[in-house]
Design a binder for this molecule. Sequence first.
Ligand SMILES: CC[C@H](C(=O)O)C(=O)SCCNC(=O)CCNC(=O)[C@H](O)C(C)(C)COP(=O)(O)OP(=O)(O)OC[C@H]1O[C@@H](n2cnc3c(N)ncnc32)[C@H](O)[C@@H]1OP(=O)(O)O
Length: 256
Amino acid sequence: MQTLVVHKQKQTGWIRFHRPDVRNAVNLAMIGELESVIREWKNDRNLKAIVFLGDERAFVSGGDVSEFHQWTKKEEIFPVMRRMGALLEEIARLELVTVAAVEGFAVGGGCEIVVSCDFCLASPKAKFGMIQVNLGITTGWGGAGRLMRKIGRTRALDCLLTGRILSGEEAKEWGIVDALLPEDGFRSHVESYVEKLTKAPVSVIRAYKQVADKIEREREQGTYELEAEHCAVCWESDEHRLAVESFLNRTRAKKE
Ligand SMILES: CC[C@H](C(=O)O)C(=O)SCCNC(=O)CCNC(=O)[C@H](O)C(C)(C)COP(=O)(O)OP(=O)(O)OC[C@H]1O[C@@H](n2cnc3c(N)ncnc32)[C@H](O)[C@@H]1OP(=O)(O)O
């Protein structure tokens, strides 16, 4: 695999987002690789948990601005948004424990990946932000609906409308982070935490995830399709075009 480093350890699968040069930004290749891992592992009846992680600098920095933002029409970008939204819906509905382990930036779509997991474990230096608004767009992968369900409508709207960046501690206080773990030996702290979450038999884990999923389905459908639609419409705005140009100009200027 080019964009992910994956391995299984006992009954836990580990998926590391691995595009360090671009702070683990999600491109089409990563979406394809993540689809194939999730669709293979979801049928592993021995697996109890999946942990998603990045590196000390970034969990995931959102969609790949260089790749995604070459498309300017809503008809071009909607299928890409919907595809990743459907994948995060699949992850959210997995009948095993899902964990986002965050040490660095989880921004934009990276924050949407975080809230599609059952648990978020973070180091105090982690940073979270639904920064799509800074690009003049909305979430596109279902993250707005999941954030509202996780931290409540008012705080979620504050994060979505301001694009504020929260430290690990602030994100714990706001309810995005479920446990803060020491930066030193973060990975082994994550392993011990996951061990506690997965001492139950596979059948018990799958049963409780089915209960959680049923409640969510009865309460409301996932919002990823609506969000992908809104994101695609905003994609054509001048605000979005200008924000992307300024990001790409900054990147080019650094190279000169
Ligand atoms: C529905 C999802 C939605 C969408 O897909 O449109 C979104 O996710 S919108 C949000 C898209 N993401 C961003 O706008 C974040 C952009 N990145 C940053 O703000 C920073 O890179 C940050 C805060 C994540 C990390 O800052 P740091 O100072 O640690 O690193 P640099 O900014 O110097 O970046 C290093 C290197 O990585 C490239 N990079 C970072 N993020 C992205 C990205 N999302 N897409 C493409 N490339 C990215 C950055 O340009 C630098 O490249 P270099 O060639 O080394 O200059």
